[in-house]
Design a protein around this ligand. Structure first.
Ligand SMILES: C[S@@+](CC[C@H](N)C(=O)[O-])C[C@H]1O[C@@H](n2cnc3c(N)ncnc32)[C@H](O)[C@@H]1O
Length: 301
């Protein structure tokens, strides 16, 4: 049923962005007009429409769609806020089919480094509309975190160690080993000794494997089964979830690398910020706080 093409999970996230973008502007919380380029069967999704797709998603995995699109919105806002504060460059680690470089209002002089496995980047570049492929802001940096050096590739691609930088690792930490994740944070620290950095990371709480109910809203049914369903679907695409973290572990990884964790949030906290204003408050019984969203910062002074 699933081709093991290395981009299955990247397509899965892009599909949720496509579904959300199909809602009318007064009902949606994000708009990604390019997501459809990357999603297999996007015509069918468009035909089914936003309402039906969200309804179906709620039947199968309550809170899944809302979780993913709230993560996108949260990072969109973080990136935009950083750009206003004169951040000089943006690194998207495990970029998949992220289209922020094209969707957000990014100043011409700012470089966006998109980092992902070579095969996924190749497919992305094949699917991107020509006018986006020519976007000179974007630098594609093929790296497999499991055996290639991020620093070497980034420096070789024009990354400036002295510029204020924003880095995002969205929906990726669960797919790479803990050693590779720690090595990434260490590399980022070494790469940016002379710069102010904002670093976004999402991670799956270890609680999900031991006490999944704790990660869901009151009345959420069969949390353990739903969690296993997500794990099984990821594994079927050839991209199994292998790493889970406690809050203490994450704090430690950032602290020893000079960062301060400024914020940790979940869908539960973003519900009233994003969904209530568009009349789509997620009820407690559908709150699936799948990941924690972390913002860590460090300053060079
Ligand atoms: C769930 S997708 C998320 C993509 C994107 N960040 C988003 O939110 O739309 C996970 C991404 O991590 C990338 N990834 C997984 N393992 C990797 C590795 N060892 N090196 C580089 N990228 C990796 C995949 O190729 C994929 O694009």
């Amino acid at each position: 049923m699933f081709a093991k093409s290395k981009d299955g999970t990247a397509q899965g996230v892009a599909k949720q962005r496509l579904i959300e973008s199909l809602a009318t502007p007064d009902k949606r919380i994000i708009n990604d007009p390019y997501a459809c380029e990357f999603v297999f069967g996007s015509g069918f999704v468009k035909m089914m429409g936003h309402k039906f797709c969200v309804w179906l998603s709620q039947k199968i995995l309550p809170g899944w769609h809302e979780h993913l699109v709230s993560r996108t919105r949260f990072i969109d806002e973080l990136v935009e806020e950083s750009l206003i504060n004169e951040t000089g460059q943006y690194v998207i680690l495990g970029a998949g089919y992220d289209t922020r470089a094209h969707r957000l209002d990014i100043p011409n002089l700012l470089r966006v480094f998109e980092v992902d496995q070579p095969e996924v980047q190749e497919r992305k570049r094949k699917k991107l509309p020509d006018e986006l492929l020519g976007n000179e802001c974007v630098v594609y940096v093929p790296v497999d975190f499991s055996y290639q050096s991020l620093s070497e590739r980034l420096i070789g691609s024009g990354f400036d160690s002295g510029k204020p930088t924003i880095i995002t690792l969205e929906g990726v930490s669960q797919y790479i080993s803990k050693e590779d994740f720690i090595a990434l944070v260490q590399e980022v620290n070494s790469l940016t000794k002379n710069a102010d950095v904002t670093f976004f990371v999402s991670y799956i709480d270890e609680l999900f494997t031991t006490n999944p109910e704790e990660c869901c809203g009151v009345g959420f049914e069969k949390a353990g089964e739903k969690f296993e369903l997500v794990r099984a679907l990821s594994a079927k695409t050839g991209e199994p979830w292998i790493s889970f973290y406690t809050d203490t572990e994450i704090q430690k990884i950032f602290t020893v690398n000079g960062f301060t964790v400024e914020e940790t949030t979940t869908l539960a906290n973003l519900n009233s910020r994003y969904f209530t204003p568009v009349g789509r408050t997620v009820p407690d019984s559908q709150l699936f706080n799948l990941e924690r969203f972390v913002v860590a910062k460090k300053s060079c002074d």
